[in-house]
Design a protein around this ligand. Structure first.
Ligand code: SAM
Ligand code: SF4
Length: 431
């Protein structure tokens, strides 16, 4: 979502003649878009500011803006602690960035913009064409969260659930496709909780799927309790909907899920997975895991490992529990951190094995790849298959924006390498 927000910030500042530069030491304005989900993110902000300070030691200080969830959660602290920062702007206030920059151009005091103005934000953004021209583009459809998992900052930094209207989303999706997008990933912290005037995510998917040159639709991140029947059925009837679902589980232990206030059990989760497999047998899953949540015993952890082995997630993101100020879990007693680290290593080794076994089976298989770009200085193209695996092939033909059948020759845990198998039986179209 930060990538989507950053692109929209670029669209906004272009209006006041600010353009991106690759020459970081010459920039007159720095906009740092930040994430607050785990502890390291805040440290990174201070680290990045340190780098800017060093680069500009003998030059005029650039304008420095901190945008995003770190600004939202720690705005006042940041301004107090780091005088180099000119303004902090929350994720629901960045539509005001041009006013803020104009004020700062004429020298004013540090500014804190961290109100929740989500409706105003999208009203402002809707009048501005989305200029992102990637083959695979993001589109934020929903923001915020009402679920209040005990470990998570999102309800406090992004605010309550808000869903944009179908009309404005179809308009923006059309803009992205006109710019060249062939795949759109619909984004939300709770994307399948999307609800605008009783239109659900499945309605939106069907509306967007009518865009002729749009070939693929994805959505992320889903919550198990919001997997309604209509959405499950959409996976059967909408061919453009890709068969990979990122469905975070966090833990394989019911005791820990309850302690986290996840509002679902392992049984509920498995029911969702099985219903999806029933309508779409080639569907695959990826997930998020929090290792070492307060109260997690080794037996609880073993249940997480069992779940990984049973479901065979083709990708997973696992982190040690990070106590976030302001969340209910912040006050809980941490488990021994050496145990937590050991468990993370053990878990990630197993997750890697599961992934490698899955990938080995892809060798000599033919898969459908949407190519996103030519690789720098090479005759190679990068793309993704339906399950979001990265694929690289060599080609003299410009493949950007095309879907081709690719035979996988070899691969590692990051990339699959293959060759194009046919020019006859593929779904090709001009970018
Ligand atoms: N809404 C999604 C869901 O409930 O499944 C998850 C969105 S959250 C922004 C992304 C991921 O960050 C979570 O799935 C979780 O694994 C991780 N995360 C959030 N808070 C965390 C914390 N305090 N410590 C470690 N990981 C955390
Ligand atoms: Fe955070 Fe997701 Fe839980 Fe909402 S549902 S509080 S975004 S982890």
């Amino acid at each position: 979502m930060n990538e989507y927000d950053s692109n929209r910030i670029l669209d906004l500042v272009k209006k006041i003649n600010y353009i991106p530069t690759k020459n970081l030491n010459e920039a007159c304005c720095y906009i740092l878009n930040t994430c607050h989900i785990r502890e390291k993110a805040t440290e990174k902000v201070y680290h990045d500011i340190g780098r800017v300070k060093k680069a500009f030691r003998k030059k005029t200080k650039p304008i420095v803006l901190i945008v995003g969830c770190v600004a939202q959660a720690e705005g006042d602290i940041l301004l107090k602690k780091e005088k180099y920062i000119d303004a902090v702007i929350g994720p629901q206030s960045y539509h005001q960035i041009n006013d803020i920059i104009s004020k700062l151009e004429t020298k004013s005091k540090p500014i804190n913009y961290t109100e929740f103005e989500v409706i105003d934000k999208f009203d402002s953004l809707n009048s501005l064409k989305n200029s992102n021209n990637k083959i695979s583009s993001f589109l934020t459809i929903q923001e915020g969260c009402n679920k209040f998992c005990k470990f998570c900052v999102v309800p406090y930094t992004r605010g309550a659930e808000f869903s944009r209207s179908i009309t404005e989303l179809v308009l923006e999706a059309n803009q992205l496709v006109e710019n060249g997008a062939r795949e759109i990933t619909l984004l939300g912290q709770n994307v399948n909780a999307y609800n605008n005037q009783n239109n659900k995510l499945s309605h939106l998917i069907f509306e967007i799927s009518k865009i002729k040159n749009l070939k693929r639709i994805r959505y992320t991140t889903s919550h198990p309790t919001d997997f309604t029947k209509d959405l499950i059925e959409a996976h059967q009837s909408c061919e453009k909907l890709m068969p990979l679902i990122h469905l975070p589980i966090q833990s394989g232990s019911n005791k820990i899920l309850k302690a986290m206030n996840r509002k679902h059990t392992i049984k509920d989760y498995l029911e969702v997975i099985n219903s999806l497999i029933k309508v779409k047998p080639n569907i695959k899953f990826s997930s998020d895991f929090i290792i070492g949540y307060p109260g997690e015993t080794y037996d609880d952890f073993k249940e997480t490992i069992k779940l990984m082995k049973d479901i065979k997630f083709i990708n997973s993101y696992s982190f040690i529990f990070s106590a976030r100020p302001g969340t209910p879990a912040f006050k809980l007693k941490n488990i021994d951190q050496k145990d937590a680290k050991d468990r993370l290593v053990e878990f990630q080794e197993i997750a890697e094995k599961v992934k490698i076994q899955y990938r080995k089976k892809l060798t000599n298989k033919t898969i459908n790849v949407l190519f996103e770009n030519k690789m720098r200085d090479q005759n190679k193209y990068f793309g993704r298959d339906e399950h979001f695996n990265s694929v690289i092939v060599e080609s003299n033909e410009n493949l950007t924006g095309k879907i081709k059948n690719v035979k996988i020759l070899e691969g590692n845990h990051i990339t699959l390498y293959g060759e194009i198998v046919t020019n006859l039986n593929y779904n090709s179209f001009a970018a």
